[in-house]
Ligand binder design. Sequence first.
Ligand code: AMP
Length: 589
Amino acid sequence: MIETIIGIDLGTTNSEVAIVRDGRVEVIEVAPGIRILPSVVGVADDGSLLIGEAARNQYVLHPERSVRSIKRRMGEFTAVHMAGKDYSPQEISAMILRRLREIAEAHIGATVSKAVITVPAYFSDAQRQATREAGEIAGLEVMRIINEPTAAALAYESCHHGAHKALVYDLGGGTFDVSVVNLESAVVEVLASHGNNHLGGDDFDLQLVAFAVAHLQTKHDIDVRDNAVAMARLQRAAEAAKITLSDQPYATLSEEFLAEKDGVPVHLSLEIARDEYEEMIEPFVAETIEAVHVALSGAGLTVSAINEILLVGGATRTPLVQRRLEQELGLQPRADVDPDLCVAMGAAIQAAVIAGGQAPTVLVDVTPYTFGTSAMGSFNGDIYPYCFVPLIRKNTPIPVSRSEAFCTVYDGQSRVDVNVYQGEDPDALNNIEIGRFTIAGLRDAPAGNPLITTFSLDVNGILQVTSREKESGLVHSITIDNAIGRFAGDKLLAARERIDELFDDQDAGPERAGAEGGGSGDGVDGRRLRIEASALIEKAERLLASAGAEDAEDLVNGIEAVKDLLAGSEGELKSAMDALADLLYYLDA
Ligand code: AMP
């Protein structure tokens, strides 16, 4: 049997491991249902090593015994302190790599001794060498170090499309890179790379937090910036709202009992429209677009030389990012491979090729068509009632649900016709109409009354279109069976086969997860969890003495919640601990 070579994305914040098996790329679960391992290492009270989620949780309690973002220090001749000992950056990275190796071994049921590891395109020789050494320390022969944009191009099968040039745009939580790559007969060459090591989706969250803080100031005359607990809660709510705004036209930042003003509780309920949010994050997105131009000029190319844009990193799910790239380069960016996993997938593909296998196909189920509706808008300079508004774009992975807000156009408008089209043409009438309905009985309101239209497409190709009057909740919807199949002609069979395969996968999923569920994941068994809980309580109690009145109350509640659940189920205890750990994190900061 040929030995499996694993592919590893060794990231600043998160890492993943993937393999190719039976011609399929699999990103391996590190715990049931989770395929992302936080790149954090720590030493527990009892001296045992913690890697991943457990280490990240303990970071709050014991930063002196934990290390994160080690990737930023690779290649430096420096000592990293952890639990009273010094380590090289290679050794810390090796701990993460070793854990990933063990996870892969448990999954495959065989020893693993070889790997392909990815690094950013801008990594120097010293940083690459350090990464190679980390692999060796972890007991892995590093068959190849490949560039992250190269791995992404492999995962997107970009290399199969003949000689061309691609722009790989990678926006994560805290880092941004853009690379221009040349692809020719399966050889990927990075022509230029540019970026900012401190720009990412986390900056978007901070904008929403500032928005909420300003709202609390004007509406409730309260400044929560010194209230660590409230700020921590706002940050979580902001990230959730940000993710909602990727698919929905509105999101609500809602936190009950966020703070207190003169003994009266202050509740936050603040709706934000996608347009407002996009205005806030526009400067960050503009900075990334500038970097795109720097990378292009570094490669000696103009915009028109780029044939494809490949998206990498969770924050590329932001519609404004995709739209701005499309405007700037005149191309719809590709988002058909999971942006969080594509680098690991590409590493696994490279590994399979080195092992002598065939380059596999990344199977993702995507819609082959664009679906949308029509609205009044400007068309070639004229006002036209049938401007096509795409909601679900071609090549979007399914199932998918997307919403947009539309407004009534005249005062007192009581009904709106919703037409559903499949096609790409900006003039909706040139597309295929696949359904229509009328939503009638709208409230008597001036023009601009918002309606939210949602398109949901499932794996069976069933499209559900719903329109809801935002203020009244009045709803009307239709279901279009076989929206994909109906006009697919000879593509019908292929789509079915893809869907069958998807179901086969799903059937296999839970069993596999179940089999692995017995494993300890990050070693957080019941006993360890309770030891951690006690340590957390101890730390919280220490902090109580110096906390302000409001923080103290939150702390006491958090401590009580953990204490109450010490003898309870692990799941509940874990959530109470996470809440308390979050509190401590911000009180400590
Ligand atoms: P990564 O470092 O690639 O894992 O990306 C993480 C970043 O992506 C974080 O800032 C997340 O909040 C962000 N993110 C994840 N999902 C979405 C989404 N659907 N829309 C916008 N940002 C997202």
